[in-house]
Design a protein around this ligand. Structure first.
Ligand code: NG6
Ligand code: CA
Length: 504
């Protein structure tokens, strides 16, 4: 009996130790705020060489943190980049991860490992606010008038407030957790991407009703004076006002932080800016001298400043890891006549890089990346080769979690690189425009393919070629000299490595 009592006491003591340790651990876990800008190019921030517009709030993160010069998203468009970011797996491994329609079904399988599920296991409260573009609902798409699931909550997010797809795709409504916000029962939403529905005017038939005209595409249902991709009826009270999107999502993000200030939280704040349609709030209009694209950039900087401010006010800044980056490279005319080209005033949105959004050239996928965590992240710059696909494994390491490697097989722990303790390149990085490419050290190889070389609608070189391409990014960052012919060894080495990764 005596022994039993001792065993009982020891067990109790051990449990308490464990609990105390846990509480302590959780108290020291940093909050993680991931600000994911849309279509923001490598040259679009003043900290990355932009001279026409100042981005002081984003630059402040850079001056108090670490600015990466060789950071990559895994794709040159949105849906696949976001898939890879959240799942730690390259999107091209899975069918159906191209740019999603606004009524696409949920693309990430419920229960799949994501950054959110890892952090939730670590005791974090997890939220996503802003652009989703990863599909919602079961096969066949969501029921906009009922419970919209599966969605973020089925892959580890405790809270979500979403632009379901993009600003230019219907339905133009916000979805909070499982419901369309402000939907009235007697005005149900119907959405189609195949054929016109309802009797609301389209941009194609009624250009006179448009406040922003399309340049290509974007001529279906008109909502708030803007032609969209796709047709929509109903949900009038729920429809967003484009001019207010940044205010609405920033307020939601701030509320999330305020409400969760006493526990570790993860906020994936996915801005609409600076994607089309660029319709910033009137207080930003004309502020950049570059038309709506520049004004949207000023608005993006404001959103970022609001997040920094609320963290400061709540005394959370010292214990918050902020990551600011973009989903893909820049584009000027992406389908609306918004003066992005005529008012560029010599600005090069991709800086010295070749190509742009959609491109296998580096402007498609090399993006700004800034990381700040006072006292923990080094201050300065890093030239280390990094990829967003590694955030999952790095956050898992930070929070001492195991993760499902079968799900997140492409994610590597690069925590020390993100914190600036190491400047060693990732062994290689794979990225996708139309073609797949791989970067290893100074070298980049682009697979041969039959895609368009140039997209005249967006005025972007896509980096496609029927012959292999090899560039030395150290000597030739603008990818001008294809060395595949003169350096067959390197070409073969990278082609073989890429094939291995594909078949892995
Ligand atoms: C394109 C759209 C473009 C943009 C893009 C997705 C047309 C003509 N162009 O198809 O405007 O919406 O898809 O952008 O419709 S992304 O950043 O979400 O990937
Ligand atoms: Ca994008």
């Amino acid at each position: 009996m005596k022994y039993l009592v001792i065993i009982f006491c020891l067990t109790f003591v051990c449990f308490s130790c464990d609990n105390n340790q846990k509480t302590e651990e959780i108290a020291t876990k940093p909050n993680i705020v991931l600000i994911y800008a849309d279509d923001l190019g490598y040259g679009d921030l003043s900290s990355y060489g932009m001279t026409n517009v100042a981005t002081p709030n984003i630059d402040q993160i850079a001056s108090e943190g670490l600015k990466f010069n060789n950071a990559h998203t895994s794709s040159a468009t949105c849906t696949p980049s976001r898939f890879s970011l959240l799942t730690g797996s390259y999107a091209w491994r899975k069918n159906g991860t191209g740019v999603a329609r606004g009524n696409a079904a949920m693309i990430i399988e419920p229960g799949r490992e994501t950054i959110a599920s890892v952090l939730k296991r670590a005791g974090y409260y997890t939220g996503v606010v802003g652009k989703w573009h990863l599909g919602l609902g079961p096969d066949g798409g969501p029921d906009w008038n009922g419970d919209i699931k599966p969605g973020p909550r089925e892959i580890g997010f405790d809270y979500s407030f979403l632009i379901p797809a993009t600003g230019d795709r219907v339905p133009c409504v916000f979805v909070e957790d499982y419901k369309v916000v402000g939907l009235e029962a007697d005005d149900p939403i119907e959405v189609s991407y195949d054929k016109p529905i309802g009797d609301e005017p389209t941009g194609k038939d009624h250009p006179e009703l448009l406040k922003m005209k399309h340049s290509h595409g974007h001529n279906n249902t008109i909502i708030n004076g803007i032609g969209r991709i796709g047709y929509m009826t109903g949900g009038h009270a729920a429809r967003w006002v484009d001019e207010d999107i940044a205010d609405v999502i920033t307020e939601k993000a701030k509320n999330f932080i305020q409400q969760r200030k006493d526990e570790p939280f993860f906020l994936y704040f996915s801005t609409h800016d600076i994607h089309v349609p660029r319709v910033p709030h009137s207080r930003f209009v004309g502020k950049s001298g570059m038309g709506p694209r520049g004004d949207a950039l000023v608005q993006l900087d404001w959103c970022t400043g609001e997040i920094i401010k609320v963290l400061d006010e709540l005394g959370l800044s010292d214990n918050t890891l902020i990551i600011f980056t973009s989903d893909n490279g820049p584009v000027l005319d992406d389908g609306y006549q918004d003066d992005a080209v005529t008012k560029a005033n010599g600005h090069k949105p991709a800086g010295v890089l070749r190509g742009g959004k959609y491109s296998a050239f580096d402007a498609g996928t090399r993006v700004p990346l800034i990381v700040k965590w006072p006292g923990k992240v080094a201050i300065g710059e890093s030239d280390a080769l990094t990829s967003q696909v590694d955030f999952l494994a790095s956050f898992a390491t930070l929070t001492e979690q195991r993760f499902n490697k079968a799900d997140a097989g492409d994610s590597r722990n690069q925590l020390d690189v993100l914190l600036g303790k190491s400047k060693i390149d990732r062994d290689h990085v794979v990225e996708k425009g139309h073609a797949l490419s791989i970067i290893k050290g100074d070298w980049k190889y682009i697979e041969p393919n039959n895609g368009w070389r140039y997209n005249k609608f967006v005025d972007i070189e896509l980096g496609n070629d029927t012959i292999p391409q090899l560039y030395n990014l150290k000597d030739d960052i603008s990818e001008q000299n294809n060395l595949a012919g003169s350096n067959p060894e390197k070409t073969n080495e990278l082609a073989t490595l890429l094939n291995e990764i594909k078949n892995n």
